[in-house]
Design a protein around this ligand. Structure first.
Ligand code: SAM
Length: 333
């Protein structure tokens, strides 16, 4: 998934630094927590490397992706794929609210693809409520639906706005494709505010990848959130936002991020903590250093990083094509 802040291109840097600082090697069975998990790419990588992974994210679409990547292990039942892809299109919540043919005034998907998405989503819920599929299978197909439908979205990048005309990639008929099943130990996934969850868990390595700026993920990915929850929320405004009041992150607030970080590090019962952040985020290098140093031995490593393409929007006044990624490290005392 093309996700804001995804660490896909920084995986080598993360693995090398974490191994260098902790002395743990690939294959060592330590507990690795990825608690701002997003797409799940970091936790997936450490699961593959032999870790017991705990993943968490406040967004439900991320929870669904991680339920599959972290909790499912081979062999999963892929025999329903053909069934899902041959369902009759249905006029459900996605078509009625995110497609223009329904009169919603919104154009996030072509009419046909919105109805195909509804057909898969409704069938999945029906199979689960009848007890015909178990939880693992449910999240296997739900995660695959979220990942697949995102590739047919009629947006410039995120769901903050839709395009007026249906673009070519959004015109292609939607087909569900299955995500890979990650080999490794079955982990544990949560869908909570990190500052609450951290008080109840413990482990060896805590990896933190909070939002870097004031743009809330709940607003940028609200359509995926609703497809994941499928809870028929009341939508408002031209872009059809759901109520975001309970999902707003303190890490996106200039006033509250510092206090939230301090609370998080203080309550974390982990031997090592690693925090990804860049040189343009709302928290300054010195403030992070100051907070982390309160709790043990602190160091940091850097890597140049090419900017996510949505950041190039004309109305954002940032000139450079690359940013400096920091990995802040703490050995808790
Ligand atoms: C920079 S992204 C993580 C990207 C992820 N490492 C990846 O590679 O895909 C930050 C994530 O933190 C989540 N988040 C923000 N505030 C949170 C909070 N208070 N508790 C839990 N998750 C939160 C967002 O939903 C978002 O998915």
């Amino acid at each position: 998934m093309n996700y804001i802040g995804s660490k896909y291109s920084l995986l080598d840097f993360l693995q090398e630094t974490i191994e260098g600082v902790t002395g743990y090697k690939t294959g060592d069975p330590y507990v690795f927590a990825d608690l701002f998990a997003g797409t799940g790419i970091v936790g997936r990588t450490f699961k593959q490397n032999g870790c017991s992974v705990i993943a968490n994210d406040i967004q439900h679409y991320s929870f669904s992706l991680n339920k599959h990547f972290i909790e499912n292990v081979p062999e999963m039942d892929d025999s329903l794929l053909e069934h899902f892809n041959s369902l009759e299109p249905r006029k459900g919540f996605v078509y009625m609210n995110y497609c223009s043919g329904s009169g919603s005034g919104r154009n996030y998907f072509s009419d046909e693809n919105g109805m195909r998405c509804d057909a898969v989503r409704m069938e999945l819920e029906e199979l689960r409520s009848k007890g015909e599929i178990d939880e693992g299978t449910y999240f296997y197909y739900l995660a695959s639906l979220i990942d697949s439908i995102d590739r047919y979205a009629n947006t410039a990048s995120v769901y903050g706005a839709f395009l007026k005309k249906i673009k070519n990639t959004a015109k292609r008929p939607f087909f569900l494709e299955l995500l890979p099943v990650i080999v490794g130990k079955k982990g544990k996934v949560y869908n909570e505010d990190i500052n609450e969850l951290v008080k109840r868990i413990s482990g060896d390595v805590l990896y933190l990848d909070p939002p870097y700026n004031t743009r809330q993920y709940c607003a940028n990915y609200h359509v995926l959130e609703t497809i994941s929850r499928y809870d028929a929320p009341e939508l408002s405004g031209v872009t059809g936002l759901r109520d975001l009041s309970r999902q707003k992150s303190r890490f996106c607030s200039k006033k509250r991020a510092l206090e939230a970080l301090d609370d998080l590090i203080r309550n974390a019962d982990f031997s090592y903590i690693f925090l990804s952040y860049n040189n343009e985020g709302i928290l300054k290098l010195d403030s992070i250093k100051e907070i982390m140093s309160r709790y043990g031995d602190y160091s940091f490593f850097t890597r140049e990083y090419r900017r996510f393409k949505a950041d190039k929007d004309a109305n954002r006044n940032i000139a450079a094509d690359s940013t400096t990624e920091y990995l802040h490290c703490l050995k808790k005392g």
